[in-house]
Design a protein around this ligand. Structure first.
Ligand SMILES: CC(C)(COP(=O)(O)OP(=O)(O)OC[C@H]1O[C@@H](n2cnc3c(N)ncnc32)[C@H](O)[C@@H]1OP(=O)(O)O)[C@@H](O)C(=O)NCCC(=O)NCCS
Length: 141
């Protein structure tokens, strides 16, 4: 992902989330040196992820597929890529947060081998107040 991709990234992000990341969140992730990857089919952006690597732990901060391209295997492809990248950099575990209401994403993560290790209370903004986050982890070794 480069700065020049951020308009296309934001078009997907703002279309698929009730509380999307901002342009600045992505720009900051690039500045911070997080692994930010995009998946293109020709000139069409299909999806992207943002992965933070630190001290043997990897944190998947964002994984998104364009609405019209979901359920075609691209999310699985990017998840495999993120896990391989984390493992290649010495990561032993991959962590992520997911909304309890996001059944589709949970189905993907469960199928991939993630397990639930905890709950962060009121982690996400929601329509009426806050929503918890489920914390999931995948062992990479
Ligand atoms: C969640 C997301 C990344 C999954 O990507 P995807 O490309 O649609 O997923 P895949 O096609 O690789 O799905 C693989 C499997 O995961 C499960 N799955 C994925 N989306 C699902 C859904 N909406 N409902 C039920 N199961 C789902 C299924 O088992 C699926 O296999 P199948 O299609 O053969 O049944 C994508 O739907 C997305 O960007 N959603 C909106 C943003 C989001 O929720 N991001 C995750 C935040 S934690």
């Amino acid at each position: 992902m480069r700065d020049a991709d951020l308009d296309a990234v934001m078009a997907i992000e703002s279309a698929i989330y009730t509380h999307p990341w901002t342009y600045g969140n992505f720009a900051d992730s690039l500045r911070a040196g997080y692994e930010c990857r995009t998946l293109w089919l020709g000139t069409e952006l299909l999806g992207y992820f943002v992965l933070m690597l630190a001290a043997g732990e990897a944190h998947l901060l964002n994984l998104s597929i364009a609405a019209a391209q979901q359920r075609a295997g691209y999310g699985s492809l990017l998840l495999r890529e993120a896990a391989a990248l984390a493992r290649g950099r010495g990561g032993r575990s991959l962590f992520l947060e997911v909304r309890p209401s996001n059944r589709g994403a949970q189905a993907l993560y469960t199928r991939f081998g993630f397990r639930k290790i905890g709950v962060r209370r009121g982690y996400y903004p929601a329509h009426s107040g806050r929503e918890d986050a489920l914390v999931l982890t995948l062992t990479l070794e």
